[in-house]
Design a protein around this ligand. Structure first.
Ligand SMILES: C[S@@+](CC[C@H](N)C(=O)[O-])C[C@H]1O[C@@H](n2cnc3c(N)ncnc32)[C@H](O)[C@@H]1O
Length: 472
């Protein structure tokens, strides 16, 4: 029988081992480690991907760990912050991303910046929007609502949105059409009765949904016409800024960006051994956050249906209580890598102690959700496999930078930073530094009620890829 104290002791032992690697870093503010830092950044500010980090953070690590030459990888690319910031330096960047909303942001932005005459592109986009605003054609497009998005817009807003998409689908210039649809996707949250707040999608009471919060009122919503005009203005401004004259740091010849659409668990195996010189990433956190729910409006607009959403939820790195074990996982990995990862996972004592304790709490009926042990287990198991693949695809001594949060369940703090660092060492990485942000993260209100306030460490870890590849 494990006790809470035994788990705390095991955590302490791991902390003692890494005490010399944990260092506070006042530069790593919340703004830098979140999307906030992108709010005034050319191109980065178009789509508010709240799970993203700031381009400045990527530039900071490229500077402090560099000079970086060659190829950059982000296996959880999101909207491509690492990729675009690396390409500003002329570096070639590869990203892997499973969420169609995020890949569409990258592809549309790439298409815009690759267009030789940006002024002509901006003029065509503005002209298209003016023409649409004057005519507002009959809609042939109907917003393909999902069960969880029904009622998200006032009817007039939804009609205007659908008329706009109808027109955008007919524009002969494919890049103009794509950018117009991207702009529409960027304003969906603003024009809807929803708000992406923390872990979930909040519903304004005016949407009349059963789960709409009685007291949540977003204030006056902008009309679709107002919102799209402002968004298009911003996009046109950003694509026509001259990087040499203006504040932005884009190079004369940006590096190429390639995005692999799909799960990195499946796709990392297709990348050549020792082919990357720098990696910066932020995987989903082990915090029950469900991207398919938060981005349901955007996924619906892209035509992702109910079945696809269910599949997508399962393809995402396990981080919700609904994730099941991925049945084909073993087939995506080389046998020897899979075997080595299995040993590393099973031998991580702190993790195994936490998993055993969570199972014990489940059996005693003391968890608010019985799938938590399963989720935590699968999160670390899948991350272990990812880490072993990263050890393979990185060149010897190449830096790997990871942003992640520690979490807590049933009063049990889980030092994600140290557990992953220890697993990385088993994969041959050297733990360089675990940078600790000046301010940690409070635990959830649910946790706080039952277990008191406890600030969880928030870190950015820097590892160095193995000097030699692990033997088969
Ligand atoms: C914390 S976000 C990364 C944000 C990114 N750093 C940015 O600035 O945009 C984690 C990303 O991992 C993606 N993701 C989750 N599971 C994945 C998987 N199995 N393969 C690839 N990407 C995945 C999510 O869709 C999400 O975009």
């Amino acid at each position: 029988m494990l006790t809470h104290e035994a788990v705390a002791k095991s955590n302490e032992r791991l902390e003692e081992r890494y005490a010399g690697k944990l260092h506070p870093n006042p530069v790593l503010t919340r703004t830098l480690v979140s999307f906030q830092g992108n709010k005034n950044e050319q191109g980065y500010r178009w789509f508010k991907f709240k799970e993203g980090f700031a381009a400045t953070l990527v530039r900071y690590f490229l500077d402090t760990l560099g000079p970086v030459t060659g190829n950059v990888l982000d296996p959880f690319a999101g909207v491509g912050t690492t990729l675009f910031a690396a390409s500003e330096r002329g570096l070639e960047a590869v990203g892997i991303e499973v969420l169609p909303v995020a890949t569409e942001v990258i592809e549309a932005r790439k298409a815009a910046f690759a267009t030789p005459c940006k002024q002509a592109l901006a003029d065509s986009l503005q002209a298209f929007v003016r023409e649409w605003a004057n005519t507002q054609p009959e809609t042939e497009f109907h917003f393909p609502h999902l069960r969880i998005t029904a009622g998200a817009f006032p009817p007039k807003t939804e009609r205007a949105l659908c008329s706009f998409i109808t027109a955008a689908n007919k524009v002969p210039d494919l890049t103009v059409g794509r950018l117009a649809r991207l702009c529409a996707m960027c304003v969906l949250e603003d024009i809807s009765y929803t708000r992406k707040d923390g872990q979930y999608l909040r519903w304004d009471s005016r949407a009349g949904r059963r789960h709409g919060e009685k007291r949540f009122h977003k204030g006056e919503l902008p009309s679709f016409e107002e919102a799209i005009a402002a968004q298009v203005r911003q996009v046109c401004q950003d694509i026509t800024l001259d990087p040499r004259r203006d504040l932005f740091t884009a190079p004369a010849t940006p590096g190429k960006i390639k995005v692999l659409h799909g799960s990195c668990l499946q796709l990392l195996g297709s990348l050549a051994t020792s082919s990357f010189d720098f990696l910066m990433t932020s995987p989903p956190y082990c915090n029950r956050y469900d991207y398919t729910r938060t981005y349901a409006l955007e996924l619906a607009l892209l035509g992702v249906g109910e079945r696809d959403i269910r599949e997508l939820r399962q393809a995402i790195l396990s981080c919700t209580v609904e994730n099941r074990a991925k049945p084909r996982l073993a087939t995506w990995f080389d046998d020897s890598l899979f075997a080595q990862a299995t040993v590393a996972f099973n031998q991580q004592t702190t993790l195994q102690t936490i998993l055993a304790y969570l199972l014990q709490l489940k059996q005693a009926g003391q968890l608010n959700n019985n799938s938590i042990p399963h989720m935590v287990r699968n999160y670390f198991w899948e991350m272990t496999l990812v880490i072993f693949q990263l050890a393979r695809v990185l060149r010897p001594r190449a830096p790997l930078v990871m942003v992640n949060d520690n979490v807590q369940y049933a009063g049990v703090p889980i030092p994600v930073d140290l557990i992953l660092s220890d697993i990385a060492e088993t994969a041959g990485f050297e733990v360089d530094t675990i940078w600790v942000l000046p301010r940690g993260k409070g635990n959830s209100s649910q946790q706080m009620g039952a277990h008191g306030r406890c600030e969880l460490r928030k870190c950015v870890y820097v590892w160095r890829a193995p000097k030699e590849k692990l033997a088969n």
